[in-house]
Design a binder for this molecule. Structure first.
Ligand code: AMP
Ligand code: MN
Ligand code: MN
Ligand code: MN
Length: 280
């Protein structure tokens, strides 16, 4: 394929906290000109089968993916698994454990919300009724819909964000362990949105050194949710740590009009694209 490939290796469907079904997401991406797309739902591969069927119909190439929550020095880090085998027994078993962690966290967060005089039981019933894996984004939507906060972001600022009154720290598996699952599933591990963590520049460098030592090989250099400064910083980091570069919108829903599908995010020339090794 050509250098002007329209590629997006980070998106969500309603199997996690996206709003579109996997098939609908693919149809929309294809219509927006995306040629290669990874579906990377939080801790689940449930949408990949439908996405693959839709990709076939629309002549789009689907990269099977996942975005796994991991821990590194008490910080939650998101690791993208790209070109994974979604049937890998180890990965499937590990993702079942991640789902359990997510569901038990929801119960704890909602208990905390009840203590804060919010309708925790109703909010919990709401997230338990959704077909996909529950995330804090679903709770934020519930808090907004119930008029308990003025905006989606305010739900994180007031209650759900780190250090806030209904924050429950999750002991996600260690970064090295998660990289191991992805490698065992034949995939490429990439750190998602590396500038979005509450880490100093020095700590971020140590994170990348540990990640590379564990077998991680890529860095999300261009992330739709971040500005131009992000790409420059991340390109330099990728080169320094010998990591391939990846690009992704982190698309969740069409309402976020500033982050549409199909923008053809461009990887800086100094970085080797992760898709180079996959004939793209
Ligand atoms: P979880 O993975 O359950 O912790 O849910 C976090 C998800 O909520 C992220 O993947 C984002 O899609 C969404 N989100 C939106 N705004 C924020 C925010 N301010 N802080 C954390 N997560 C946010
Ligand atoms: Mn999300
Ligand atoms: Mn993420
Ligand atoms: Mn994401």
């Amino acid at each position: 394929m050509s250098d002007a490939l329209n590629i997006d290796l980070h998106t969500h469907s309603n199997c996690s906290d996206g709003s579109l079904g996997p098939a609908e997401l693919i149809a929309r991406a294809a219509a927006a000109g995306v040629q290669v797309l990874a579906l990377t739902d939080h801790d689940t591969v449930a949408g990949l089968e439908d996405a693959q069927r839709s990709a076939h119909e629309h002549g789009l190439q689907l990269v099977p993916g996942v975005e796994i929550s991991a821990s590194w020095r008490a910080q939650a880090i998101h690791v993208l698994g790209l070109w994974i085998d979604p049937c890998s027994p180890q990965l499937c078993c590990s993702l079942r454990a991640q789902a359990d962690l997510r569901r038990s966290r929801m119960v704890k967060i909602c208990a905390q919300l009840t203590k804060l005089k919010l309708p925790g039981a109703a909010l919990l019933a709401g997230v338990q009724a959704i077909p996909g894996l529950p995330t804090r984004a679903h709770l934020a939507q519930g808090l907004l819909a119930g008029g308990h906060v003025d905006s989606f972001d305010a739900a994180f600022r007031k209650y759900l964000g780190k250090g806030k009154r209904a924050h429950i720290a999750v002991e996600w598996p260690a970064l090295q362990v998660v990289v191991g699952w992805i490698c065992a599933a034949g995939g490429v591990a990439a750190i998602a949105h590396p500038t979005r963590y509450a880490l100093s520049a020095g700590a971020r460098r140590r994170l990348l050194a540990d990640f590379a030592a564990a077998g991680g090989t890529a860095l999300e250099v261009v992330s739709g949710g971040n500005g131009g400064q992000h790409a420059e910083t991340c390109a330099a980091l990728a080169v320094h740590y010998g990591l391939f570069g990846t690009v992704g919108s982190d698309f969740h829903n069409p309402q976020a009009a500033w982050n549409p599908l199909g923008r053809s995010l461009k990887l800086p020339d100094c970085v080797t694209p992760v898709w180079r090794g996959f004939g793209l």
